[in-house]
Ligand binder design. Structure first.
Ligand code: UDP
Length: 252
């Protein structure tokens, strides 16, 4: 296995989208269970304030960088990340591969309408795909039953799109009960796949400005989040350039 790249408090696998998908299916073949984290700058900063989220990410079988700034900065941290890997792209690529290999997927998250719409479009594009789904709005008391539902459909790959850290907590808490091969938290990806939210144009993504594009779409919700996480990130990166250890929260 290629060496991971340590950027501040995150350990990233140097995989392209294709290599990530290959790695997932290799693990399924070998019956190695685990979860995959897609981490962007905001999540990386959230991890520093949330020990449980940090521990979850530290135990991921695969971690990919979902942000152009992380890909660029990898070399400052003594490594190289080949490209950005997003939740949306993973859902598409994995479903295509799952259809051809006869693996089962499960979509958990977002509202009924949205998740059903995503399921329909994935089935249209991949007629052989074995897919089940349910929404991400359930009461805490109903969570065990929801996990059982996933288990009963003998899922190979579970996508959980309920936002960070809700989705990570669910995966961790019901890990044994879910009994899936690979679990992947994909945040707001179902909303994007259903066309509810628009993704930044490729050129905006490639100059590392997707966060600004999202901010313009949802300024009220995202302004404080991005202002804080981006400046904290910049600060920590500069500090680590100057030789300070920024791998742990204590050294903030
Ligand atoms: N979501 C969900 N259950 C919840 C809350 C949110 O399934 O209890 C879904 C929501 O519909 C959306 C996704 O999680 O598709 C991400 O939500 P949001 O954008 O609020 O998350 P954030 O961007 O804050 O992580």
């Amino acid at each position: 296995m290629m060496q991971r790249v340590l950027i501040l408090n995150g350990q990233f696998d140097p995989f392209t989208l294709r290599q990530t998908v290959d790695e997932i299916f290799n693990r399924l073949t070998k019956k190695q269970r685990g979860w995959l984290c897609t981490i962007n700058v905001a999540i990386l900063m959230m991890m520093r304030a949330d020990q449980r989220l940090q521990a979850f990410a530290d135990r991921a079988s695969i971690t990919v960088a979902d942000g152009q700034p992380l890909v660029w900065l990898a070399s400052w941290f003594g490594g190289k990340l080949p490209e950005r890997v997003t939740g949306v792209d993973l859902v598409d690529a994995i479903c295509e591969r799952a259809a051809s290999e006869g693996k089962k997927v499960y979509l958990l998250g977002a509202t009924n309408d949205i998740v059903a719409k995503v399921a329909t479009s994935l089935r249209e594009r991949n007629p052989a795909l074995q897919l089940n789904f349910s929404n991400g709005y359930f009461l805490k008391d109903d969570a065990p039953a929801r996990a059982d539902q996933v288990r009963k459909s003998s899922t190979d790959i579970l996508f959980v799109a309920m936002g960070v850290p809700r989705q990570e907590q669910f995966i961790e808490e019901y890990w044994d009960r879910l009994n899936v091969g690979m679990a992947i938290g994909v945040g707001g990806s179902f909303d994007v796949l259903a066309g509810l939210r628009v993704r930044a144009p490729t050129w905006v993504q490639s100059i590392g400005m997707e966060w600004l594009f999202r901010l313009i779409q949802e300024p009220r919700r995202l302004f404080v989040r991005y202002l804080l996480t981006n400046s904290q990130f910049l600060w920590l990166v500069l500090r680590s350039r100057m030789g300070y250890d920024s791998t742990k929260k204590e050294t903030n």
